[in-house]
Write a protein that binds this ligand. Structure first.
Ligand SMILES: [Zn+2]
Length: 418
């Protein structure tokens, strides 16, 4: 059987229409030809070489114009057949999203556009004297690339901020999980303008941090390999990796809770690299601090994919404190989502060790284990693979699913009187 490879010479660093590349579809049938493809992809003499880990799809080579002739020679001398494709027919449509458009639930947008849109909504709400909502916009840190990490605190004008229990919602700790920003945007929109949201804030103040890993997210959006690129932050790892996109730390393995205790994540180039020491990353530090907000009762972190709601722990099968209540809250979310929407794959509820695999240094485990936040859950949104970037036509449904699940869980938290 033909083994096939994807690799490219350069990451698309712009989503604009200028497209200075040619896309080859090349076929390697013999062992020598396959070896030649691997060698080409591993070549360090060309700074543009990028290799994908996806070795089973199709043979695509994206080449800047100036290397097209050399690449053709390389294939011809090895007897490999190839043809040219229009990149727009082949690459994920999301690779070509616009940098300059206004936010909508019909596409994915860079962090700055998402933030701008949320700020605009907050300002619009603030300009309405009859709105019951009070809102604060603040930066809770900055990323390795010095981008501001924004959070939005929403509550009701008629509820005392000091007395209200607080929910912290974050999204996009993993930059390649693109449902995070629109899901967070939707939650804020509903809290600002929707009666259910207004009702919910009689019980809680709600802080939303839509894009924790801004650097990884923006990088991922503009990548030729968005599925696997940008999960980690962009701080270069000390040892360096052959490919720049493999640099960085998995923020969700970097929290100070049984850090590096269960997985083999010492390799700085692995997708799950845990960092040099616990809390070594600016994004981890900033989010850990935000979790220390007083009266925090529920930490809810949005990831994708899998249709899962998971409670701690990932590092041990010991039951988390407050286990019964965490399970009740998670099940309330599952029931609400499944009774309101046709969910393509039933939600699973359990500890992340039970349902997924052994992990350590995750934010939800830190929130529960170290900070003893009463309820701490991760929501893995979307049932189809690869839903780390859901199809653009699914965004609207997914954000509604998240809002429904979140409100049911928050109402359950209120009911439990923790
Ligand atoms: Zn994730």
């Amino acid at each position: 059987m033909l083994t096939r490879f994807i690799f490219s010479f350069i990451i698309l660093n712009t989503a604009s229409a200028e497209f200075n590349y040619k896309l080859f579809q090349v076929t390697a049938t013999t062992f020598e030809q396959k070896r030649a493809l691997i060698n080409l992809s591993k070549s360090t003499s060309n700074e543009f070489v990028e290799t994908s880990k996806v070795y089973s799809l199709t043979d695509l080579v994206l080449v800047p114009f100036e290397f097209v002739n050399a690449t053709e020679d390389y294939f011809i001398t090895r007897g490999m057949t190839y043809e040219f494709l229009d990149p727009r027919d082949v690459l994920p449509a999301t690779t070509f999203h616009s940098k300059h458009e206004k936010f909508s639930y019909n596409d994915f947008y860079e962090s700055q556009i998402v933030h701008k849109s949320i700020i605009k909504m907050v300002n619009c709400s603030a300009s309405k004297p009859d709105s019951p909502v009070r809102a604060e916009i603040f930066s809770f840190g900055s990323t390795y690339l010095k981008k501001s990490m924004l959070a939005f605190r929403l509550g009701r004008k008629d509820v005392d901020k000091e007395k209200s229990p607080v929910i912290l919602i974050d999204a996009t700790i993993h930059g390649n999980e693109w449902i995070g920003p629109p899901a967070a945007h939707k939650i804020i929109e509903q809290l600002l303008f929707n009666a259910t949201g207004h009702e919910l804030m009689k019980k809680f103040d709600i802080i939303v941090a839509p894009i924790v890993n801004r650097d990884g997210y923006d990088e991922s959006l503009n990548s030729f390999h968005p599925y696997i690129h940008g999960r980690k932050n962009r701080k270069p790892t000390k040892d360096g990796c052959l490919l720049r996109r493999n640099e960085g730390t998995d923020i969700n393995r970097n929290f100070d809770w049984f850090w590096n205790s269960t997985e083999l994540t010492e390799n700085p180039c692995s997708e799950n690299f845990r960092g040099e020491y616990p809390n070594s990353e600016p994004e981890t530090i900033a989010l850990s601090k935000l979790m220390e907000t007083s009266k925090l009762i529920f930490y809810y972190t949005i990831h994708s994919y899998g249709n899962l709601i998971l409670y701690p722990y990932g590092n041990t099968d010991e039951k988390v404190h407050n286990f019964e209540n965490m399970r009740k809250v998670a099940l309330a979310g599952k029931d609400a989502m499944e009774s309101t929407f046709e969910i393509e794959k039933p939600y699973k509820v359990g500890s992340s060790l039970e349902i997924l695999r052994r992990t350590s240094g995750a934010s939800k485990d830190y929130a529960a284990g170290k900070l003893k936040i009463p309820i701490s859950l991760i929501h893995e949104v979307g049932g189809r693979r690869p839903d780390s970037q859901p199809r653009v036509e699914d965004i609207k449904t997914y954000v509604d699913i998240v809002w429904t699940g979140f409100t049911a869980m928050a109402n359950k938290v209120a009911e439990l009187e923790l």
